[in-house]
Design a binder for this molecule. Structure first.
Ligand code: 6GU
Length: 258
């Protein structure tokens, strides 16, 4: 059973969208992951297929209804891998079923997405992603379904769909066999908590700008040292927050608490 994403949205035609291209697209065609998108509106029960209503307490905008969202979540979990379904009461499953997919609500008030979260999600069986519209969703469905709330950064999107695409892209590239040796994440940014060093290719001199000579020297150890120093300089200059974290981690590695 490969990694599976179910996306609940009012705009199901937005998926897989850009994830049907390039690295993620090839992996999708190769069966390394799969995706389905469910139209939340198809779970409305009234003649007008209403998915939202006015907020109790008053105020601007509309709130997505908990009953409609709960039905959509139930359908996603039922349609997904068998492991998403509850075991029959008291019945032992065999072999032991893997964990059910986490259900994530994409919202600017959620926990900020970072590479550690991405690694955890990619290591699991997949995701159920709820994309909200309007001013938000009824709080009770978040509680009842134990939704994890995730944000992709401190700015406001008009809906969760672009955030879902971002989260899925970040996960899919980490799945086994998706990245080739060339783009393998072993050396990449954030694997060691540092931003990437600068890259150069031909021509060695371009518009009077020379490539740093050490990169033409053929001394692999010196090249590695230069790249490490540049990664550290750039991180220190641009992201003091990441730099402080990196320094703290390095200190811990040198002085284990044993
Ligand atoms: Cl996850 N959703 C929306 N609507 N806006 C956001 C976001 C998510 N993350 C940052 N801004």
């Amino acid at each position: 059973m490969s990694w599976h994403a179910s996306v609940l949205t009012l705009f199901p035609e937005m998926f897989p969208g850009p994830l049907g291209q390039s690295l993620a697209g090839r992996a999708l065609r190769d069966g390394r992951w799969s995706i389905d998108s469910l139209d939340i509106r198809s779970f409305a029960t009234d003649r007008h297929r209403t998915v939202d209503d006015t907020p109790f307490g008053g105020g601007a905008g509309m709130v997505m209804r908990p009953d409609v969202l709960d039905a959509a979540l139930a359908a996603a979990l039922a349609a997904g891998p068998a492991s998403d379904r509850a075991a029959p009461d008291g019945a032992a499953r065999e072999p032991a079923a893997p964990a059910p997919r986490p259900a994530v609500y994409l919202t600017p008030r959620g926990r900020r997405l970072d590479q550690a979260m991405v690694r955890d999600f990619a290591a699991g069986p997949g995701l159920v992603l709820l994309c909200g519209r309007y001013e938000g969703i009824d709080e009770r469905v978040i509680e009842a379904r134990g939704l994890a709330e995730v944000s992709i950064g401190d700015y406001v999107l008009s809906g969760g769909e672009p955030a879902a695409l971002v989260l899925l892209d970040a996960c899919v590239r980490l799945l086994p066999g998706v990245m080739g040796a060339a783009e393998s994440g072993i050396e990449e940014s954030f694997s060691d908590g540092l931003l990437e060093y600068p890259h150069y290719t031909r021509p060695a001199d371009w518009q009077g700008r020379a490539v740093p000579p050490v990169l033409l020297s053929g001394h692999h150890a010196e090249v590695a040292r230069w790249r490490q120093a540049e990664a550290e300089r750039i991180t220190r200059e641009r992201r003091p927050d990441l730099w402080a974290q990196h320094v703290a981690n390095a200190g811990r590695d040198r002085a284990p608490s044993a």
